[in-house]
Design a protein. Structure first.
Length: 291
C-alpha cells in the first residue's frame, strides 16, 4: 500500500510544479492553486508531499486507504520566497493496484449548535481591562500549534475557533464574562463561552465588544497586520463558519494565515483553493485593538 501511495504522491506533486506539469490534469486542486497564485503574480516553484496512513482495508481485489497528506508549497512572488503548508485528510481506492478513486474527506463546516443569535455584552462593559496585546506571541503560538493540539486545552471536532481563541489568549487578550455562555469571551475549566469556540459567535463578539478583547472591523485585508483575525462565511448566508489568524504578509502586503480544522500555515487569506470555497463567500476583517 505504501508504494502505491508513494506513486500517487509523485504524480500529484508534478501537477503542481509548472515545468513538470502534464497536459492532463488529474488533480484539480493543482489547477486551482496555480490560478489563484497567478492572480497575485506568484508561482509555485516546488512542492513536497508527505503521506501518513490512518486506516487501510482490503476486500477481494479492492484496497481502501484513509490517509493524511501534508503539502509544503514553496511559493515565489516578486522575487521573494515563502513556504505555505497544508494538511488534507483523504481516501483512496485501488483495484488490482490501479487507482480508481482519490478524494478529500472534507471537514464538517463549523455550525452553531446553540440557540442564541446574538452575543450580549457583560455588565462591566465600561470597565477598561489593562493589557497589551502581544502580536508576536499570538503568532508564535499559531506557528507552534498549527498542525497539532495543545493538551492544556480541550480539542473540538471543529477546532478552528478554539485555536484562534488560544492564539488571542497567548497574545495577552483578557477573558471576561464567566459564567454567562452568551456573554464575553472566556474558557473556564470544562466550560466556555460560545464566542470562545463557535465561529459565528466569535465574529459577533469581535463586532460588539466594548471592553477586554476588542477589535475594529476594517474594509480590506491589506489593512490587517499579524495577530489580526479574518472570519469566513463560505456560503454567503450570513452564518460565519471559519476563522483564521494573520501570521504574515505576502510580497503584495496581503495576509497569510494559520488555521485549524483546515490545518494550514502561511496560507493565502482568500481560501480560493479550499474545498469549502464558493463564489458567494463573504469575509470580515478584524484588527485587534491594542491597549
Amino acid at each position: 500500500m505504501r508504494h502505491l501511495l508513494q506513486d500517487l504522491f509523485e504524480k500529484r506533486v508534478n501537477q503542481f510544479v509548472s515545468n513538470k506539469r502534464s497536459h492532463k490534469i488529474f488533480f484539480p486542486k493543482a489547477e486551482i492553486k496555480h490560478e489563484s497564485a497567478a492572480k497575485r503574480s506568484a508561482e509555485i516553484v516546488k512542492v513536497k508531499a508527505l503521506g501518513k496512513i490512518i486506516e487501510e482495508s482490503k476486500e477481494d481485489e479492492f484496497q481502501t486507504v484513509k490517509y493524511q497528506a501534508h503539502y509544503q508549497y514553496l511559493i515565489k512572488q516578486n522575487g521573494i520566497l515563502y513556504m505555505e503548508e497544508e494538511i488534507e485528510d483523504r481516501i483512496a481506492k485501488f483495484y488490482k493496484k490501479a487507482l480508481v478513486m482519490d478524494e478529500e474527506i472534507r471537514p464538517n463546516l463549523e455550525f452553531d449548535p446553540y440557540p442564541q443569535t446574538t452575543i450580549t455584552d457583560v455588565e462591566e462593559q465600561d470597565e477598561r481591562f489593562s493589557y497589551e496585546y502581544n502580536r508576536l506571541k499570538a503568532v508564535q503560538y499559531a506557528e507552534r500549534w498549527w498542525n497539532s493540539y495543545n493538551p492544556a486545552y480541550k480539542k473540538f471536532q471543529n477546532d478552528c475557533t478554539n485555536f484562534i481563541s488560544q492564539c488571542l489568549q497567548a497574545g495577552g487578550a483578557p477573558m471576561r464574562g464567566y459564567p454567562k455562555r452568551d456573554a464575553g469571551w472566556w474558557l473556564q475549566y470544562s466550560n466556555w463561552s460560545y464566542s470562545w469556540a463557535v465561529a459565528h459567535s466569535l465574529r459577533l463578539y469581535l463586532s460588539n465588544s466594548r471592553s477586554g478583547l476588542r477589535a475594529k472591523e476594517v474594509r480590506s485585508p491589506d489593512q490587517l497586520i499579524v495577530g489580526d483575525v479574518i472570519c469566513y462565511d463560505f456560503e454567503g448566508d450570513g452564518r460565519f463558519n471559519h476563522n483564521t489568524l494573520v501570521t504574515g504578509k505576502d510580497a503584495n502586503g496581503m495576509p497569510l494565515v494559520n488555521a485549524h480544522t483546515y490545518n494550514s500555515r502561511m496560507r493565502y487569506w482568500a481560501y480560493e483553493d479550499s474545498s469549502a470555497y464558493t463564489p458567494n463567500i463573504k469575509y470580515k476583517f478584524y484588527s485587534i485593538i491594542d491597549q
